[in-house]
Design a protein around this ligand. Structure first.
Ligand SMILES: Cc1cc2nc3c(=O)[nH]c(=O)nc-3n(C[C@H](O)[C@H](O)[C@H](O)COP(=O)(O)OP(=O)(O)OC[C@H]3O[C@@H](n4cnc5c(N)ncnc54)[C@H](O)[C@@H]3O)c2cc1C
Length: 455
């Protein structure tokens, strides 16, 4: 067994909250993506900041890799223990520590999930808006710099955090900022740890920003004859004064997958999903504005809902796009990737990508949070088919090159993880990477924190 001294010391500290059971190791060896699995040597479940500090100290003394783990939903091999070591599962750190109605913030342990937090907030007239539509942990979302469908109105997690508590790689517990709306005191340590993907330290507590629940919500689902028209409509909708909380594009391939997965009956055409949040009753005006714009772009159907049940029905399976695609071929490997470009270049890159997808000899689909220039492809591939795998890799590569040429980024929300390391180099160049490397070495000189990720 590798890392025996570390495991024995951790067993003494954590007792049955450390496990080497094969099925638990396997569950922590893989994400949903195409990246090959790697087993950790043990998985531990801490319950306090002090315990995490002690775990880090043990791993540091023995130079054992330590991989923080929230809910394991990241998509670029982030949580794979590529050198073995200890996976630190934060699911037992799931307490809400403080709620401040007047300040509109809430302090939670890192293992609290987005749905759990919003359930706690539901009778308080506030909600946590940022991050994916699935139930990821708040710590994991901060660590990946996540965002989601409603970033167009509420921003990403980077815009929705007041401060963090972090255990550093040398076992110190630090606060990155006071619980204030603004501060110009010193370097911004909060934003240093946000997006650091477990490579600099362990986020143990997060103070998040809350938003008032919108008084009026409406949903529109609009189908178009072509993806070109759908994108043009999206750009025009984005420039209007509609209170857009979500503006999503799905191509006909994803719509087809969703129809099969959730027994919905959306027309199998490129489709825009819109969500409007407003504190004023202007829904009829919004409806008319959307209709006017989409009709200029050959929309074929517009569905509209303002009542809760109808809204839920209309958005059924909208957040399950990846699972809907996977269900088409449960044996296949999912390859999900994302890039972001300035909105003015969005149509160009989406059309190039769509053309390339159509030419692939496998299932390829495209959807995007087009309100902020971010879009994804989801492909299904088979590891045994080397030729097809190569073409998928080439497409991924090409999409990043196009995005970088268009002043975009290699990832708008999934992060770098294991899968996009070479593209970080391209995006920042040698000097940028050198600075990041210096920060990594200063904060984690033994390289124990989630090794082989980002760089
Ligand atoms: C169906 C589906 C839909 C998705 N949609 C979106 C989307 O819309 N937007 C989006 O941004 N992402 C999306 N994702 C990706 C994923 O949900 C996000 O990356 C999410 O932020 C990961 O959170 P997690 O708790 O699962 O973190 P994990 O996957 O457990 O970890 C992610 C990374 O963060 C590190 N980490 C985790 N917790 C901590 C901590 N407490 N301290 C330090 N490091 C930590 C890990 O080491 C790892 O490097 C989607 C994924 C799936 C499967």
């Amino acid at each position: 067994m590798r890392h025996t001294a570390t495991i024995q010391a951790l067993q003494k500290l954590l007792q049955d909250r450390l496990t080497t059971q094969p099925e638990i190791l396997t569950a922590h060896s893989k994400d949903l993506s195409w990246h090959p699995s790697h087993l950790p040597d043990a998985v531990c479940y801490p319950i306090s900041n002090q315990e995490i500090a002690a775990i880090v100290a043990i791993c540091n003394a023995n130079q054992t890799p330590l991989i923080p783990y929230g809910t394991g939903t990241s998509l670029e091999g982030h949580i794979l223990p590529v050198l073995g070591g200890i996976t630190l599962n934060l699911s037992k750190m799931n307490h809400i520590l403080g709620f401040n109605e007047i300040d509109r913030d809430c302090t939670v342990q890192a293992g609290v999930t987005k749905f759990q937090l919003n359930k706690f907030l539901q009778d308080k007239g506030l909600f946590f808006a940022a991050g994916p539509g699935i139930d990821a942990s708040i710590g994991g979302m901060m660590a990946t710099g996540a965002s989601g469908a409603n970033a167009v109105m509420y921003g990403t997690v980077k815009d929705n955090v007041r401060g963090l508590k972090v255990v550093t790689a040398d076992g110190k517990i630090i606060s990155t900022r006071k619980r204030v709306q603004k501060s110009s005191a010193g370097y911004d340590l909060t934003q240093l740890f946000v997006g650091s993907e477990g490579t600099l330290g362990i986020i143990t507590e997060v103070t998040v920003v809350l938003h008032p629940l919108p008084k009026f919500v409406a949903i529109a689902v609009v189908s178009f004859t072509s993806i070109e028209e759908a994108i043009e409509a999206a750009i025009q909708l984005n420039q209007s004064d509609l209170p857009l909380a979500m503006l999503e594009l799905m191509d006909e391939a994803i719509i087809n997958a969703i129809n099969q997965y959730a027994q919905t009956d959306y027309p199998v055409q490129p489709t825009l999903f819109l969500e409007l949040h407003s504190q004023k009753e202007n829904l009829q005006v919004f409806y008319e504005t959307i209709q006017r714009i989409v009709q200029q772009h050959q929309s074929t159907q517009m569905r509209w809902a303002t009542e809760t049940a109808a809204k839920e029905e209309l958005f059924k399976a909208r957040y399950d796009a990846i699972y809907a695609v996977k269900a088409l071929d449960p044996e296949a490997v999912v390859w999900a990737t994302d890039v972001t470009v300035p909105i003015s270049r969005l149509a160009e890159i989406i059309l190039k990508t769509k053309k390339a997808l159509v030419e692939l000899p496998l299932f390829g689909s495209l959807f995007g949070h087009v309100g902020d220039g971010n879009f994804h492809t989801i492909l299904l591939c088979n590891f045994e088919d080397a030729q097809a795998m190569k073409r998928v890799k080439d497409l991924n590569h090409q999409m990043v090159l196009w995005a970088l040429e268009m002043e975009g980024t290699c990832t708008g929300e999934h992060g770098i993880g294991y899968g996009k390391k070479e593209y970080l180099q391209m995006e920042f160049g040698e000097s940028g990477i050198e600075i990041m490397n210096k920060i990594k070495k200063a904060l984690d000189p033994n390289g124990i924190m989630n090794p082989k990720k980002i760089f």
